[in-house]
Design a protein around this ligand. Sequence first.
Ligand SMILES: NC(=O)c1ccc[n+]([C@@H]2O[C@H](COP(=O)([O-])OP(=O)(O)OC[C@H]3O[C@@H](n4cnc5c(N)ncnc54)[C@H](O)[C@@H]3O)[C@@H](O)[C@H]2O)c1
Length: 390
Amino acid sequence: MLNVAIIGTGNISRMHLDAYVTFPERCVITHLVDIYPEKAEQKKKDYKLPNAKVFASHKEILNDPSIDLVSICTPPYVHAEIAIDFLKAGKNVIVEKPMAASLEECDAMIKAAKESGKIFSPIAQNRFRDPIANLKTVLDSGKIGKVVHAQIDSHWWRGHCYYDLWWRGTWEKEGGGCTLNHAVHHIDMLGWMLGRPSKVSAMISNAAHDNAEVEDISVAVMQYGGGACAKGALVQVTSSVIHHGEEQQVIFQGEKARISAPWKVYASTPKDNGFPIENTDLEKELTAYYESLPHLTHIAHTGQIDNVMKAIETGGDFLIKGEDGRLTIELITAIFKAGSEGKTIDLPIQKDDPFYTVKGIMANVPHFYQKTGSVQDFAGNITVGSEYKK
Ligand SMILES: NC(=O)c1ccc[n+]([C@@H]2O[C@H](COP(=O)([O-])OP(=O)(O)OC[C@H]3O[C@@H](n4cnc5c(N)ncnc54)[C@H](O)[C@@H]3O)[C@@H](O)[C@H]2O)c1
């Protein structure tokens, strides 16, 4: 039986609580921590956890030997500090996205995880969704040929007041805008499926939130070549919180066919003059393969938390590691750097690059507008994006 501590008991903590209470025979929530302890008390009540203890600082429970696993659900600017403290104290750690606010922080977290020998897993819950997991399997099969183009539409919509929450809308506390905090999901998918590009160019902007320092839209172009990609392949990534309807999709154009999440397939072969004829045989083959793939037993946060707990229970492997979170942060950092400097960036980003640190990022990115509001908490539920079913 694993004893679990939740640090930060705001909106996203519900997904973690829902996941843990799915497995009452495997784990129990024993500690709830929030700098506003009344929020932790409320979760204790909502989830009927009479034996859970409430604390106002994670430091108070670092040395409690009973804790096996910690879920960090705080704002991004404290992810690294809290994760490193718990890893050094010998606990297994799950940290919400984005893993951290800089590559320097990612490297310190990965180092702490290695030295502790404990599990460290940054959240990328969409890998535990059938349309995403099975899209990757089809891509990996090579049946569409080399990838020549991908379109990553991380389209979200958030109203003006969204950035009035106390920690959102500043480079210091949120660490960035929609590229870091929303597109992190889709950029994780891109890194998982295609790996690291060689070059990134981008524009970052703020078109509709004049109460936030950070960007609410960025458009990036990344150059790939090698691995799953053809030489010269390009990937477009749109990160946005100004898109009505939030039509989120990832589309891969291969040499032989296009596939996507939500699932859609189209395959072309050339006529003698080079114009396209639909290749329905390949389309049927791809769809049959996609439909034959297994379904996940547990999805999203529950899937990832089950995956991590299994690794603790059995000593086996787990899917999402610190290095995965770091690659996502590297691609996001490259978008910030390219967009701030107006240049095409070569990857990997080096340790002496100003964008390697939070301080360097803050000194070099545009601060679009001054943050105005500072609301302690919003009532109402949140949504966490598409299920990629349609
Ligand atoms: N995976 C997803 O789909 C998803 C969706 C939304 C948010 N998130 C991420 O979850 C994190 C939290 O977002 P949220 O929407 O739940 O915010 P929130 O403001 O609702 O909750 C954060 C909680 O952390 C507490 N907190 C702040 N600093 C703390 C500290 N040092 N120690 C303990 N508690 C502290 C706050 O008081 C608050 O209750 C962010 O990193 C966000 O990007 C992930």
